[in-house]
Structure formats: structure tokens, C-alpha cells
Ligand binder design. Structure first.
Ligand SMILES: NC(=O)c1ccc[n+]([C@@H]2O[C@H](COP(=O)([O-])OP(=O)(O)OC[C@H]3O[C@@H](n4cnc5c(N)ncnc54)[C@H](O)[C@@H]3O)[C@@H](O)[C@H]2O)c1
Length: 346
């Protein structure tokens, strides 16, 4: 299996995206988000997405060259129409507008409609936390969905992720970034492409039976991802419902649409300026001892360390920035197939 370093991941993304129709600037933004997802360990949101993005460009769902536009605005909120530009481009652009509003008002919200796949949410909230904000980003999938509502055996909802980040005691922010389903769909795809089973509780087959074979999700009759929470999945389902409303309905992206491809998103972002709300000194006075308090808890047998949300990704980044990222053979085959179609060498 090939191992790619950070620069090779970026080059791969840039070449394939430009060949598929992106401008060099768009390609740079998207390639950077994909490479950073690989580097922090979320391969499901890394370069394996290039095949999907190239197909969505070809089908006209991703529209390179479109500029995001503010369609409604107040002192502390904005609604952006991404016009189906790249989700990463629209999200970064919106975040920049939101910094200005949050600086003026103390807090601000943004909603993005007609947005393509934004990638790893934690990347955006982490950037905001590094600028001194407590940040939230959540995404719904207005399309047909992958996840069954609690008690159902048909897909109706997206994996509807949410990320919250805030400055930590040291350099790295604390970054929660999670689906409200038992897994991200990309993780099923990684397992499927690697010929591996998935843990129990992630999915059911097309007949409503528990399954650990990702093929049962993709083959007819397609299965469903389950909401987060195992026996308490009504909670993951409830959170996902509210994300559909906040991200889908408030943004104008909608819910339950059948005219959108997988990957279309409605987005909600919120920034809270810590300096204005509590003061950075006061925040720092609490966050250090809080980290101590949590991390000093007596560990269960077999546990080496209590981790904060986001710490696993920071550890993986430290390893992968040195060792590189292993690309599964099937993903590499598909990337080469795409490169051949687009007549570029990778
Ligand atoms: N753009 C989209 O439409 C979309 C859709 C779904 C998912 N995603 C992305 O998929 C990625 C994967 O989501 P996921 O739910 O599978 O993530 P995950 O289950 O790997 O991690 C969820 C959270 O748990 C934390 N965590 C992991 N191990 C931990 C430990 N031992 N102790 C303490 N905390 C720990 C992580 O830091 C993270 O904040 C995310 O980056 C998400 O943004 C994006």
C-alpha cells in the first residue's frame, strides 16, 4: 500500500481537482482540507473523497467557479447561499465573514444553504478556537440520507455531525467533532474498500437486522446506519433531528430532499468571542485546572491516558506528519483510474 507524505497528499488533491475543473485557488483550499483530514486520522474525509468530488463536478452538482453570496444578514447573523461551490470554499469564506460579526457583537451565527460536502468539521472550529473563539459547526444532509430514525429500517437522515471547539490550556484547542450517527458513512466505505467488517451497532441490513458487513449497506436492498447511542439511540436520533432543523431549515437548504446528491449540506456555524463574554484571563484561570481535574481521574484497567476531545487527532497528526499516510490499495487503484480518466499523472 502506498504511503504519502503531507506534500504528496496536497499535490495529489491539487492535480486531480484542477484536472476535474476546479480553479487552482479552489483546488488548494479543498486539497488542504482533504490532506489535513488524512493527517489527523480521518481517512474517510481525506483524499478518498476525490473520486466523489470529481464525479459530482462531472454531474454538475459541484459547480467550480461559483462564489458564495450573503442572502440575508443582521448585525449578528448571516445566511449564505453557497451556490453549490465546493463546501470547503464556502465554509472558509463564511467563517471569515463571521469573525467580523462576532468581533462586533460578541457572538454571531451563520447558516449556509446549497453547500456541498464541507469535509471534516473539526478543522473549521479548531481554526476559530485558535483565534480565541468558542465555536460550533454543524451540518445536515438535506438529501435522502443514510441513517434510520430511531426504530426505523429505512434511511431518512444524514449522519448530521456536530463540532464544538474552544481554546485549551496549551497550544491545541479542545475539539469535539462527531457524527450523531453510530458512524460516518465514509468509515463504512473505508471498511468496504479494505474488505473489513465494522463493529456491531453501527448498521443494520436492508431487512432491519443487525450487520457487521458494510456490503449489506451498499448492496440492494441497502441497509442503514444507526443513530448514535446503541440501546439509547433515541438520544442520537433526537440530536440529529434538531441538527436537521437548525442546519437544514434555518439555512434554507431543506430536509428530506430527493433532488440533491449525497454530500450536499446545510450548515450552521456559531462563534462566541471569549474575550468579550468572559475575558481571556478568566477563561484561562478555569481551563488549566479543569484539564488537570479531568485528566487526573483514576483510570479504568487497560487505559493509559484520559484524552480530551480532539487529542486523538492531535496525536495521530504528530505521528502521520512524520510517517505519512497509508492509502488502501483499492483507494489507490481508484485514484489512479481517476487520474487516467482526467489524463494527469499522479
Ligand atoms: N461533512 C460531513 O458531511 C460529515 C458527515 C459526517 C462526518 N463528518 C466528519 O467525520 C469525522 C469522523 O466523525 P466520527 O464521529 O466518526 O469521529 P470519531 O468517532 O472518530 O471521534 C468523535 C470524537 O471523539 C473524540 N475521541 C475519539 N477517541 C477518543 C478517546 N479515546 N477519548 C476521548 N475522546 C475521543 C474525537 O476527538 C472526536 O472529537 C469528523 O471529522 C466529522 O466532522 C463529516
Amino acid at each position: 500500500m502506498p504511503v504519502l507524505n503531507s506534500q504528496q497528499l496536497l499535490d495529489l488533491g491539487n492535480k486531480l481537482l484542477v484536472a476535474a475543473g476546479a480553479s487552482p485557488e479552489e483546488a488548494a483550499t479543498v486539497a488542504e482540507e482533504l490532506a489535513s483530514a488524512n493527517l489527523v486520522g480521518h481517512d474517510s474525509h481525506g483524499v478518498m473523497r476525490l473520486m466523489q468530488y470529481a464525479q459530482l463536478i462531472e454531474q454538475g452538482y459541484i459547480k467550480p467557479g461559483q462564489q458564495p453570496e450573503i442572502v440575508r444578514e443582521g448585525p449578528a447573523f448571516l445566511v449564505v447561499d453557497a451556490h453549490f461551490s465546493f463546501g470547503q470554499v464556502a465554509s472558509k469564506w463564511t467563517l471569515e465573514q463571521l469573525y467580523d460579526k462576532a468581533k462586533k457583537c460578541g457572538s454571531a451565527n451563520a447558516f449556509i444553504r446549497n453547500c456541498n460536502h464541507v469535509g471534516r468539521l473539526g478543522s473549521y472550529t479548531e481554526q476559530a478556537a485558535k483565534q480565541g473563539y468558542a465555536a460550533l459547526m454543524s451540518v445536515n444532509a438535506p438529501g435522502p440520507g443514510q441513517v434510520a430514525p430511531f426504530g426505523a429500517m429505512e434511511r431518512r437522515m444524514g449522519t448530521n455531525p456536530i463540532s464544538m471547539a474552544a481554546p485549551g490550556n496549551k497550544e491545541s484547542p479542545i475539539v469535539l467533532d462527531m457524527t450523531t450517527s453510530a458512524t460516518a458513512e465514509g468509515k463504512l466505505r473505508v471498511a468496504h474498500q479494505s474488505g473489513k467488517k465494522v463493529p456491531e451497532g453501527w448498521m443494520i441490513d436492508g431487512y432491519g437486522n443487525p450487520s457487521t458487513d458494510p456490503a449489506d449497506y451498499y448492496n440492494e436492498p441497502g441497509g442503514c446506519i444507526l443513530p448514535l447511542g446503541g440501546p439509547l439511540a433515541h438520544k442520537g436520533y433526537g440530536l440529529s433531528t434538531m441538527i436537521d432543523i437548525f442546519c437544514g431549515i434555518l439555512s434554507g437548504s431543506g430536509v428530506g430532499r430527493t433532488d440533491l446528491p449525497r454530500g450536499a449540506n446545510g450548515v450552521w456555524m456559531q462563534l462566541l468571542d471569549i474575550e468579550q463574554i468572559t475575558g481571556n484571563d478568566e477563561y484561562d484561570r478555569w481551563i488549566g485546572p479543569y484539564e488537570e481535574h479531568i485528566k487526573s481521574a483514576k483510570k479504568c484497567p487497560g487505559v493509559d491516558e484520559i484524552l480530551f476531545p480532539g487529542e486523538m487527532e492531535q496525536k495521530t497528526y504528530s505521528e502521520r506528519i512524520k510517517s505519512g499516510v497509508t492509502i488502501p490499495d483499492e483507494t489507490w487503484r481508484q485514484l489512479n483510474e481517476l487520474a487516467a480518466q482526467l489524463k494527469v499523472t499522479i
